[in-house]
Ligand binder design. Structure first.
Ligand code: URA
Length: 234
């Protein structure tokens, strides 16, 4: 990557402003060498800006604990998940996005990245990264719902194909955990409503190998993760 492209890629300034940054001596390599605007093949991991390393030089991957009440959108009205992230993440080019979405009234684990290819791969229907949800319902969960969810025959309103088999665990009369291997619109709420137990409280607690409890994240907190943990051979 050229140095001027690098500065705009990581959100420090526009490409047009980059030469002035470079002239001012704010950008150097970790061995103290100054870098010119046109220098090719600069390794972002070796660049210091104002003496500090470039954050997430190999792409930004963070697990975030989404609080209730914010929307996973860049442009809707009201509280947005992006308002809760470090502002410099949004100045990156490309900026960060959530990997899939959680409803406004769902809390829990969501991945944030600036790598569009990773985001696509993770949301592709061919990729079966299991996601675990914990929920409370307003009516007791019928015991038969476990078999209904496992059967792969539950057809939701307006959907052409039934939901894939999902693992439902009833942990109390009105509480449970559901593991999904696909992601449809409002899927947990719609599946539980279809079996007669409307969801009143919903949290995503696991995405593949990442567990909210292990990450020890409070609502609004994030932690970097290694994307390789999601590679098929990991
Ligand atoms: N299923 C839902 O109903 N809502 C979510 O936010 C995620 C899965």
């Amino acid at each position: 990557m050229r140095t001027d492209a690098l500065l705009s890629r990581f959100g420090y300034c526009s490409r047009k402003e980059a030469p002035a940054w470079l002239k001012s001596g704010r950008v150097a390599l970790d061995d103290g060498t100054a870098v010119s605007a046109a220098r090719q093949n600069v390794d972002p991991a070796r660049v210091l800006v104002d003496g500090r390393p470039v954050p997430f030089p190999n792409g930004l991957y963070a697990a975030f604990h989404k609080p209730l009440g914010c929307t996973c959108s860049h442009k809707e009205d009201g509280a947005l998940i992006y308002d809760l992230l470090p502002p410099e993440w949004l100045r990156r080019n490309p900026p960060v996005n959530t990997v899939g979405r959680l409803d406004k009234e769902t809390s829990g684990l969501i991945l944030i990245t600036d790598n569009g290819a990773f985001e696509h791969a993770m949301t592709s229907p061919r990729r079966h990264v299991p996601k675990v949800y914990e929920f409370t319902t307003s009516a007791p969960i019928p015991a038969e719902a476990v078999a209904t969810c496992a059967a792969g025959t539950l057809l939701l309103n307006g959907e052409p194909t039934p939901c894939k088999p999902a693992e439902l665990e009833i942990t109390a009369a009105c509480e449970g955990r559901l593991t999904l291997h696909e992601g449809r619109y409002h899927q947990v709420r719609r599946m539980l409503a279809a079996v007669g137990a409307p969801v009143v409280d919903l949290q995503r607690v696991e995405i593949g190998p990442l567990r909210l409890a292990d990450l020890n994240l409070q609502p609004g907190e994030w932690r970097a993760f290694d994307p390789d943990i999601f590679s098929p051979q990991a």
